[in-house]
Design a protein around this ligand. Sequence first.
Ligand code: GUN
Length: 282
Amino acid sequence: MYKIIDGKAIAQSIREELAEKITEFKKNAARDIGLAVILVGENPASQIYVHNKIKACEEVGIKSFAYYLTEQATQKELEDLILSLANDDKINGILVQLPLPAYLSDKALKLIPDSKDVDGFSANNIGKLCLNTQSTVACTPYGVMKMLEYENIEIKGKNAVVVGRSNIVGKPMAMLLLNADATVTVCHSKTKNLKEQCQKADILVSAIGKPKFITADMVKDGAIVIDVGMNRDENGKLCGDVDFANVKDKCSYITPVPGGVGPMTITMLMYNTYLSAVRSLN
Ligand code: GUN
């Protein structure tokens, strides 16, 4: 029998706890917590993500500052905006929604100070994660770790296979699992015998963005399967990287899409923003 990990319920429970912590913080510090969200252009998926991030801020008591730039915005305009937010005491976190339109450079992200890098994307934060010292951890892999923690899933000594090596998910995910004493394999588009690699996984995390790519024959009996994918299937329906209908019966735990990792990502963004505010007092 498999158990579906209910990301929505776990996220809700973390948000409720967090809302209390934030109320307490605002009372004791006599100040608000602010998150700046920058969206450039009109990517429909990004618009939904940004909308949900702003909604989550309201839910937990964080003040959001949304900046919508058109596709006419220049690199300099984006960079000037980030610099002004970097110097603004009301702002504890700065989030630039990715992907940026192709004509803009990700170099702008380097202007976000580490202390306000609530995405955990900066070289310093990634480096600290590798060194296993205190860092801001990228929201999606952090959310996955919280889900495993909530389900009391032991990681130590397990074979963990991460499919995907992006800077946002795959790499930090692998590092977090390694820091938690898993034996970690990272697979990607050039990996040979992907199926055999995946079959060794006690914990399989897929973050590649290919609908229903992980099929039942790739999954070991009793595996824990975490699906980070957010794709559309042939009928335009939201689906993950995992062929859920056929894979689930082989699993001990599995996350659905939607309602799995997705709600956790935004929750961890709220959590990171709160932590930024707490650290700003020290
Ligand atoms: N685009 C997709 N995922 C993310 C994320 O976690 N942070 C940002 N800033 N953009 C994204």
